[in-house]
Ligand binder design. Structure first.
Ligand SMILES: C[S@@+](CC[C@H](N)C(=O)[O-])C[C@H]1O[C@@H](n2cnc3c(N)ncnc32)[C@H](O)[C@@H]1O
Length: 414
């Protein structure tokens, strides 16, 4: 039986996710057990189809998807009642029982309906009425930690119902102990790494994050280099749904386990630094909880005064603090009586950028530097000309991934 799926992802990473899914589908241990085809990139995700176990493989191996949704039904609609009728017509009991708890979420793109909350309520009513009619009982609602999650996506004309196979979103890999100061979501970090060319087979060069925070880029980079499955230390909603193909799931897990045992880690050249010792302690704990070899290579240093941690040039990737929530530390700020707050922040950001740019030019010749930031004017502040800029979203915040090629003998000014 061929089943249609949708894998949502952070906006801007659709092509990276489609490429990743094609790579996953081509792995020998997956092509034989859970074959699937990648179809279309749409805004915010990628469509694919295959055997039901394809969802297990993508949950286990995708670093970029936010979840894996299984398509249950799709039909044109005009009113909330049409949405209710579509939900009511499905045989939900093939996947879960009335004893389980439920949560319904609605997403939309140009839907004419006035209230998405009301649409979600009608989907929930449709599911509950269908189950009560056929089985005499209905699931109850639990928005905090439901057993089963249903998604309805409304376009201008069509309503699509999905059953979630992931449970907790896939950026939760199971290794993060505490939240750092504004950590990046793991799947966004993994997508950025892929855009920066850190893909399997191209990970032999050095990697350095001079503002590593809780170590998200480092951990994800190491897991890619070692071929470790990102979902190996967590569970998924599909494990509790009825009709699980247990044999296929065991085979996929065993295949991932084999890769884990083969992964060495001796040649790994991955390092990070941060100004905050608390962050470094967190990064070390995360590295170890993620099952990575040895200790993370970490150093406490202000990014403005750092030096390359390896003899050979490689990939530098960072996500500097920006905006309301966190400011760069160490930059001297004018007291508020001298400059208004906004201008003082701007001046501090410029001052930090000038010092950091000098370090990049003097110390990191030959390196490729990638900076992910919500500060769209960063190249102007750094006075460096980027060789690429990729628009990406961190939640709803528009960001850019800038690439700077640090050439020997100086860089052109922006
Ligand atoms: C946005 S956070 C990075 C988050 C990180 N990518 C993660 O996922 O955890 C920015 C980091 O820069 C660090 N930082 C701020 N000023 C710094 C400086 N002058 N030198 C080095 N690190 C600095 C902060 O301590 C913080 O950990």
């Amino acid at each position: 039986m061929t089943q249609a799926f949708f894998a949502p992802c952070p906006r801007g990473l659709e092509t990276a996710l489609a490429d990743e899914l094609r790579e996953i589908a081509a792995r020998p241990g997956i092509a034989s057990v859970a074959p699937f085809q990648v179809h279309r990139e749409v805004a915010g995700g990628v469509e694919f189809s295959g055997v039901p176990a394809a969802a297990y493989a993508v949950n286990l191996h995708s670093r970029i998807a936010s979840r894996v949704l299984m398509r249950v039904a799709a039909r044109g609609y005009r009113h909330e009642d049409d949405v209710y009728a579509l939900a009511r017509a499905q045989r939900w009991e093939q996947w879960f029982s009335p004893d389980e708890t439920l949560r319904v979420d609605v997403t939309s793109n140009k839907s004419p309906l006035r209230s998405l909350n009301f649409a979600a309520l009608r989907v929930k009513d449709g599911i509950c009425d269908a189950m009560r009619e056929r089985l005499g009982g209905r699931p109850s609602v639990d928005t905090a930690s439901p057993d089963v999650r249903i998604y309805a996506h409304l376009t201008e004309r069509d309503c699509t119902l999905y059953l979630d196979t992931s449970g907790e979103p896939l950026f939760k890999r199971g290794w993060r102990m505490e939240k750092g100061e504004a950590p990046l979501k793991e799947n966004l970090a993994a997508g950025i790494l892929r855009l920066a060319g850190w893909v399997p087979g191209h990970t032999a060069r050095p990697f350095y994050d001079p503002m590593c925070g809780s170590g998200t880029f480092m951990v994800e980079a190491a897991q890619v280099a070692l071929g470790l499955a990102p979902g190996a230390s967590r569970s998924f909603a599909f494990e509790w749904l009825k009709g699980l193909d247990g044999k296929a799931w065991q085979a996929l897990k065993a295949d991932a386990q084999r890769a884990r045992m083969l992964a060495g880690g001796d040649g790994l050249q991955i390092a990070g630094s941060d100004i905050s010792t608390d962050m470094l302690a967190m990064a070390q704990a995360n590295w170890q909880r993620a099952g990575l070899p040895g200790e993370a290579r970490l150093k406490q240093v202000d990014a403005r005064h750092t030096q390359p941690p390896f003899a050979e040039p490689g990939l530098l990737l960072m996500n500097p603090p920006y905006g309301e929530r966190i400011a760069v530390r160490g930059a001297r700020r004018q007291p508020e009586e001298v400059l208004p707050r906004d201008e003082a922040e701007e001046a501090a950001a410029d001052q930090f950028a000038a010092a950091f740019a000098a370090t990049l030019k003097q110390q990191f010749a030959g390196w490729q530097a990638w900076i992910f930031t919500g500060d769209l004017s960063l190249p102007r502040r750094l006075r460096l000309k980027e060789s690429r800029r990729t628009p990406l979203y961190n939640g709803n915040i528009e960001c850019r991934l800038f690439r700077f090629d640090m050439v020997r003998g100086g860089n052109r000014s922006a």
